[in-house]
Design a protein around this ligand. Structure first.
Ligand code: CS2
Length: 500
């Protein structure tokens, strides 16, 4: 018999963790833009814990900007879904009740703007990926070359992009005398609150400078560091959920046991008691963001490019290869070396736990998933730490190797000749540029010169360019696997970095 769909908390097995509150008794207080697996494994879980511990009207209305899928999965289930945690030897599952509803933005923008202007909404949070903001990293303002920004500036009453939606709803709140909501960016970007504030204020200024000034003076944009490795769901997620809950759950996700959330405590309009789920509130998030972006995400990107090109489908497969694992350890150590000491954080412990998380064979995290959007990710993950290493007189080897691996990935084919889709917002420009060039050096130079990608400090460091180019020459000449073996033999590992 096919089990029914998960629509209520009734009838769930007694050993399954379910919300320790009655979801429908709590009103909404948050609109979250970008209800993907990561939001469901992270902020929604913390909010579930906060509701259970302190109560309050803090349930979430999810918004999806592009596809109606999240709404189709969650709405028929009254927002309920299962999270399976996959770690060594255990597989706890819990049902989350913090999401009230999901609204696909397309076709519903007027309703969405109405909700965003409702005074009960006090926080608008976002996980839309780096490329969706439409903010120019160099100027820090709205990027008029970004299609959503250009379209929304031309038609600000009917927006479809992040900046347009935030500015249209803040403008309405200003007009009607409703206090603004707090904007909480939860994407992997350095100083993400300041970054988003710059884009929103500049976008508003293009329409009405008085509005821009009001946003700058009255809207809070706290920064956050978010961390939980959340792979795409697989058919096993679905079949395991059915076994664990007894119900069909089309919105189920799986994630790792580890979770971290560090938040700048600046919420003039109030917030849920996220500390109930373990969130840490601090004054300055930037050092924690740098730690995570440079160590975890930097090593992730490096291993994703080398791993994908070597035929390793999952992160844990990469970690099974001793040479690649050595390079991961080297990368972590090099990235950690670019950071100042952090209060309450032992970097050696952080690094050791990261190795364990990457090695977790219970989650199927695809290297191809992480390889996506390299031009959006590498500046903060690889290039900025490389600049710090350069300034500190430290070795550039790990960062140059990671950069060469990304460049090799940009070619769009494996050593075998098999092709793949780059999945990067600049893929057409990259493919076109590389097509007319043959030598590895010319190809590297073309990629170095992509607009606003590499920091000037790196471009003017001859040693950096030479290192990247010689790695790329080796990757092409000998093949990626031989290049990995070659590079790994020079790695000197110390203390925790030694393979066990
Ligand atoms: C990953 C991140 O896909 C990627 O680029 O590096 O999504 C990573 O899994 C998360 O930031 C972990 O918190």
């Amino acid at each position: 018999m096919t089990p029914g769909r998960l629509i209520t908390l009734k009838g769930l097995p007694a050993n399954l963790r379910i919300p320790a509150y009655t979801p429908r008794e709590h009103g909404v207080g948050i609109v979250h833009i970008g209800v993907g697996a990561f939001h469901k494994a992270h902020q929604a879980v913390y909010t579930d814990d906060a509701l259970a511990s302190e109560g309050g009207d803090w349930r979430i209305i999810g918004v999806s900007l592009r596809s109606p899928k999240a709404a189709e999965e969650l709405n028929p289930q009254n927002g309920l879904y299962t999270v399976i945690e996959r770690g060594e030897g255990h597989r706890p599952a819990r049902v989350i009740g913090s999401i009230a509803e999901v609204i696909p933005a397309q076709g519903n923008i007027l309703r969405l703007l109405e909700i965003l202007c409702d005074p009960t909404i006090r926080i608008v949070s976002l996980t839309v990926t780096e490329k969706a903001y439409g903010i120019d990293r160099r100027s820090g303002g709205a990027d008029k070359g970004h299609s959503a920004v250009a379209t929304d500036l031309a038609n600000p009453q009917n927006p479809g992009g992040v900046l347009g939606i935030l500015v249209a709803s803040l403008a309405r709140r200003k007009e009607t005398g409703i206090p603004p909501f707090t904007v909480l960016c939860c994407d992997n970007l350095p100083e993400n609150g300041i970054f988003l504030r710059g884009g929103v204020v500049d976008f508003a200024n293009q329409l009405d400078e008085e509005l821009g000034r009001w946003i700058a003076a009255h809207v809070a944009f706290p920064s956050t560091m978010v961390d939980r490795i959340t792979p795409a769901r697989t058919p096993v997620t679905m079949s395991d959920t059915k076994k664990l809950t007894g119900f069909e759950d089309l919105a189920a996700i799986e994630t790792e046991p580890f979770s971290q959330w560090i938040i700048e405590d600046h919420f003039p309009t109030g917030r849920p008691a996220w500390e109930a789920g373990g969130a840490i509130f601090v004054k300055d998030v930037e050092p924690y963001e740098n730690m995570k972006l440079r160590i975890l995400n930097g090593a992730h990107s490096m291993l994703a490019y080398t791993g994908f090109l070597s035929g390793k489908k999952f992160v844990s497969d990469v970690m099974q290869n001793p040479d690649m694992a050595r390079l991961v350890r080297r990368h972590i150590a090099a990235a950690a070396g670019t950071l100042d000491p952090l209060p309450r954080i032992d970097l050696d412990e952080y690094a050791a736990s990261l190795i364990q998380r990457f090695t977790n064979r219970n989650i199927a995290h695809e290297t191809y998933q992480i390889a996506m959007d390299g031009t959006e990710k590498l500046p903060q993950r690889i290039f900025q730490p490389a600049v710090s290493a350069l300034k500190r007189g430290q070795s550039l080897d790990a960062f140059a190797f990671a950069t060469a691996a990304w460049m090799r990935y940009c070619f769009g084919h494996l050593d075998s000749g098999e092709t793949y889709d780059l999945r990067d917002p600049r893929q057409n420009q990259i493919a076109k540029g590389l097509q007319r060039l043959n030598s590895p050096k010319d190809r590297a130079e073309f990629l170095f010169n992509l607009e606003s990608l590499f920091p000037d400090e790196l471009l003017s460091a001859a040693d950096w360019r030479d290192k990247v180019i010689s790695n790329l020459i080796r990757m092409i000449g000998k093949g990626i696997r031989a290049a990995v073996i070659h590079e790994a033999q020079f790695v000197v590992l110390m203390d925790w970095t030694s393979p066990t």
